[in-house]
Design a binder for this molecule. Structure first.
Ligand code: AMP
Ligand code: GLY
Length: 424
């Protein structure tokens, strides 16, 4: 089969790395890809939002199957466009991707289907939102309805902060994505990510993971796209996983199908494990990044037939096998990220680091220049290690990080701390 992966981050490198290993894959392309993806796939310079360019490429290269990585083209309808042209594609349609594209839609769906989630109200009027926050008190969470690159949720410690967040979002900080807001109750607990493969009717649990969203050690500093992850997440016991499938994932699939928007693709549930059990914080309609870089190295089965089975609606006859090891990914980012940062610096010793036992290095913002690799983005590398437990995976990952020669980069030194504290 000829396969095209759409995207160019660490998640797409992990997807290409797994798909390249499939005996079913004849040719593997990635648009636009990056310096590391170029080692396992042919990178083509087409933007993820250039639907005409992608469609033209699929026709000329006789692409049989497209895997869409990021949310923006999914929400904008890339899968609809491909399928309308007769090209099989993995991922939700625009009508189903609204689970990530509109927090208000998702909250209303949860309310209808009885899915546990924080109590909420929707507003487009600042005065009404502020009056609600004054009455409800703090802490409270204010969110932009639409896509805001992971920055649209503001956890407010005081009522005054809540009022400021309302002004900021309704005032246009996130453009049209912030024309409506959701104000919701603050949930207390430990966060975990839960991934399920969905075919419109059936859901197959994939694995759990925990992300590290803040830029600094000890979960300090600004929010980022994610500075590291490990899988599985010890907080998500098998019992809790069952509860999540029964109370959150399956009712969501049923409600989406009943609404005429059957959900196909990866459903990524951001959860808060509270004293009352798991509650849904938000849905994403794709693999997490960097969670995907910790998840896929644990997958023993061939990824490609699983994605095709999801697209074809036959997941009920499917099963996946996983290695029992823990995987841990440390993200290396350009100094300054998530604020302003420099690009262009050369990264050395990647070969030596990648040859250490049980290490896989996934590239995000890199560019290959002859035999050299240069940084070209904010999050630049994801160094994944396998180990018997989080502690061993973490030791191995940092050994590899310390071999990499990149003066312009930094990473958190405490990825995995929650799981290690839990064990200790
Ligand atoms: P979201 O964009 O909805 O995933 O929110 C981003 C982050 O804000 C989450 O990962 C949580 O850390 C935090 N958050 C969002 N909603 C809540 C909530 N209702 N209670 C507590 N923390 C929340
Ligand atoms: N790592 C968080 C996300 O992919 O949304």
């Amino acid at each position: 089969m000829n396969i095209l992966v759409v995207g160019g981050g660490g998640r797409e490198h992990a997807l290409c790395w797994a798909l390249a290993a499939s005996p079913l894959a004849d040719a593997l392309f990635c648009a636009p890809g990056n310096g590391g993806i170029a080692e396992v796939a042919t990178c083509i310079d087409i933007d993820v939002m250039d639907f005409d360019g992608l469609l033209g490429f699929c026709r000329s290269e006789e692409i049989d199957f497209v895997v869409v990585g990021p949310e923006a083209p999914l929400v904008a309808g890339l899968v609809d466009a491909l399928e309308a042209a007769g090209i099989k594609a993995f991922g939700p349609t625009a009508a189903a991707a609204v689970l990530e594209g509109s927090k208000a839609f998702t909250k209303d769906l949860c309310a209808r289907a009885g899915i546990p989630t924080a109590a909420y109200e929707r507003f487009s009027d600042a005065g009404a939102a502020k009056a609600h926050i004054t009455a409800a008190g703090a802490p409270i969470v204010v969110k932009a309805d639409g896509l805001a690159a992971g920055k649209g949720a503001i956890v407010c410690e005081t009522v005054a902060d809540g009022h400021a967040a309302v002004d900021e979002i309704l005032g246009g900080r996130f453009g049209a994505a912030g024309a409506e807001i959701v104000v919701e109750a603050f949930l207390e607990g430990e966060e975990a990510s839960f991934f399920a493969l969905c075919d419109g009717r059936n859901a197959l649990p994939l694995a759990t993971a925990q992300d590290h969203k803040r830029a600094g050690d000890g979960d300090t500093g600004p929010n980022t796209g994610g500075m590291g992850a490990y899988s599985p997440a010890p907080v998500m016991t098998a019992d809790l996983g069952e509860t999540v499938m029964r109370r959150i994932i399956r009712p969501t699939l049923e409600a989406m199908a009943a609404d005429g928007r059957p959900y196909t693709g990866v459903l990524y549930a951001g959860l808060m494990i509270t004293a009352d059990g798991p509650q849904l914080i938000e849905y994403n309609v794709r693999f997490g990044d960097p969670e995907c870089q910790a998840l896929l190295p644990r997958l023993m089965s061939d990824l490609l037939p699983a994605l095709i089975a999801a697209r074809d609606g036959v997941l009920d006859r499917f099963d996946l096998r996983w290695y029992p090891e823990t995987a841990l990914t440390v993200v290396m980012a350009a100094r300054g990220y998530p604020g302003a940062y420099e690009t262009g610096g050369e990264i050395g010793n990647l070969g030596a680091a990648g040859e250490l036992p049980d290490i896989t290095i996934f590239h995000a913002g890199t560019r290959a220049d002859g035999g050299r690799i240069h940084a070209s983005g904010g999050r630049v590398l994801g160094v994944t290690a396998l180990g018997r437990d989080v502690a061993e995976a973490r030791t191995r990952a940092y050994e590899a990080v310390d071999v990499i020669d990149w003066p312009g980069g930094f990473c958190r030194r405490d990825i995995g701390w929650r799981a290690i504290e839990r064990d200790g």
